[in-house]
Design a binder for this molecule. Structure first.
Ligand SMILES: Cc1cc2nc3c(=O)[nH]c(=O)nc-3n(C[C@H](O)[C@H](O)[C@H](O)COP(=O)(O)OP(=O)(O)OC[C@H]3O[C@@H](n4cnc5c(N)ncnc54)[C@H](O)[C@@H]3O)c2cc1C
Length: 432
């Protein structure tokens, strides 16, 4: 029987263990915390938004990380949301979608998801060793994978090892840098873990006085690597800058820019689908229909009063100016502020409090078809440990389950993609 060690009992590690054990392997999970699946329990505010119904075609393009879109196609292609629902049905968890997009367990309880995963590992005879931190990988003289050294000094041998020890955020839920250190010892490159799905700290924060105010559908745009990335959704102004879905989704890209260049410049559009031209024609309309109204009062119909005052101030237009008195240049400046207020961030928020880490083990040195290391046979990776991060909305757990199932199946199928129950086999992998 093939002996497989899984490092980490989070979403990806449990999925990997289940698929490997279903394939007949003898599986042991090593988990450093005293309880498994702590991050899974905290997910979705305890409700566990474990995936969504985004089309399998667009799904990969929503992930960030160097080469992420191409890389995650295999794992997500083998576990689209319909198959993920079948996987959960196979362990007794029924999935619902209250809004037709986000997927949750029918009970809306993350504990039910974790308990079902644990019950299945028990049924399959998977051993879970808690309070057991993997300190290092052990290699044979010919640098083949041989096992791991754990916190109490003991060594455990294994034929295959799956590194599923997550990212750096929330140390209280198991976050740390083990994945990068273990991968490095096997010769793997990585990008540092940085905060993602976090608040954005805005330099000289102009929103300090309106902290708590929100916009229903704003957008943030930033230019990365020659192309413009646009994130939209609800936006919340905070004491330090920006939060809400729109900011959380943009935060990983902004962290990467700050890390690379020391600063990130980005643009806020107060209403996502209105550009400067659309605002300019709206103001022209107002000037003829409501010329006796004050600019700030008119804007308050769309934004809040406090935001309208801020927009006037940033556009250098007196808030009391009557619309009939407004000149073309005033209108242009207001339109520019509303559609693309320039903001800058130089300060990374604390990673400990971010929901996710971006960065991780470089994808170039991992086979996307099996998640096996290209450098070291019998070493596999899954989940947040890899340099892949998705937006809010179930994408990251979907990736954790999809990559875990793939790594577990491939590890127990001798480095071939293997079959997981209902899924088709794919082409054999050609090793270099
Ligand atoms: C508050 C919060 C809410 C979230 N909500 C959602 C949501 O609703 N939907 C969504 O898609 N995503 C959500 N996420 C993100 C999602 O939880 C993660 O992307 C996902 O859990 C990652 O799974 P993983 O298995 O890769 O890592 P983890 O779940 O972090 O598991 C890694 C495990 O490895 C263990 N470990 C680490 N190092 C070692 C070591 N050296 N030896 C042994 N064990 C080790 C850790 O203790 C941990 O248990 C949320 C995250 C947080 C923090």
């Amino acid at each position: 029987m093939m002996r497989i060690l899984v490092v980490g009992a989070g979403a990806s590690g449990l999925a990997a263990a289940i698929s490997a054990a279903r394939n007949g392997a003898s599986v042991t999970i090593l988990e450093k915390m005293s309880r498994p699946g702590l991050r899974l329990l905290a997910s979705g505010g305890g409700h566990c938004n474990l995936a969504n119904t985004a089309s399998p075609k667009t799904l990969p393009s929503l992930f960030q990380g160097d080469g992420a879109t191409k890389f995650c196609r295999h794992a997500l292609g083998r576990l689209p949301s319909s198959e993920l629902i079948r996987f959960f049905a196979s362990i007794g968890v029924r999935i619902c979608s209250p809004d037709g997009f986000h997927l949750y367990p029918e009970s809306r309880r993350a504990t039910d998801v974790l308990n079902a995963l644990l019950l299945e590992t028990r049924r399959l005879g998977v051993k879970i060793c808690l309070s057991t931190e993997v300190k290092s990988l052990i290699f044979t003289d010919s640098r083949q994978i041989a096992g791991v050294a754990i916190s109490d000094g003991h060594e455990i041998d294994a034929e295959k090892i799956i590194i599923a020890c997550g990212g750096k955020s929330y140390p209280s839920l198991g976050g740390g840098e083990s994945a990068l250190a273990l991968a490095k010892s096997a010769g793997h490159a990585s990008a540092p873990f940085l905060p993602a799905l976090s608040e954005i700290h805005v330099s000289e924060n102009p929103f300090r006085t309106i902290s708590g105010v929100s916009l229903e559908n704003a957008s943030l745009s930033l230019i990365c690597g020659g192309s413009t990335r646009r994130f939209h959704g609800e936006l919340l102004f905070t004491h330090k800058g920006l939060s809400g879905k729109c900011a959380l989704d943009a935060s990983g890209a902004i962290s990467r820019e700050i890390h690379a260049k020391g600063r990130s410049e980005f643009f806020l559009s107060f209403v996502s689908d209105m550009n400067a031209e659309a605002w300019n024609s709206k103001i022209t309309e107002w000037r003829s229909s409501d010329g006796s109204k004050r600019t700030c009062k008119m804007l308050s119909g769309i934004l809040t009063a406090s935001l309208s005052r801020l927009v006037c101030e940033k556009s250098n237009v007196p808030e009391t100016m009557l619309l009939s008195q407004m000149g073309r240049d005033d209108s242009k400046r207001i339109s520019m502020t509303l559609s693309g207020m320039r903001l800058e961030s130089t300060d990374l928020p604390p990673i400990g409090k971010s929901m996710l880490s971006c960065g991780g083990i470089s994808l170039e040195e991992v086979f996307s078809e099996t998640l096996e290391s290209r450098l070291r046979k019998n070493l596999y990776f899954a989940g947040e440990a890899l340099d892949i991060d998705g937006p809010c909305g179930g994408y990251n757990l979907h990736w954790a389950f999809a990559s875990g199932l793939l790594a577990g199946t491939a590890a127990s199928s001798d480095g071939q993609p293997g079959e997981y129950g209902h899924l088709r086999p794919t082409e054999p992998i050609q090793r270099p």
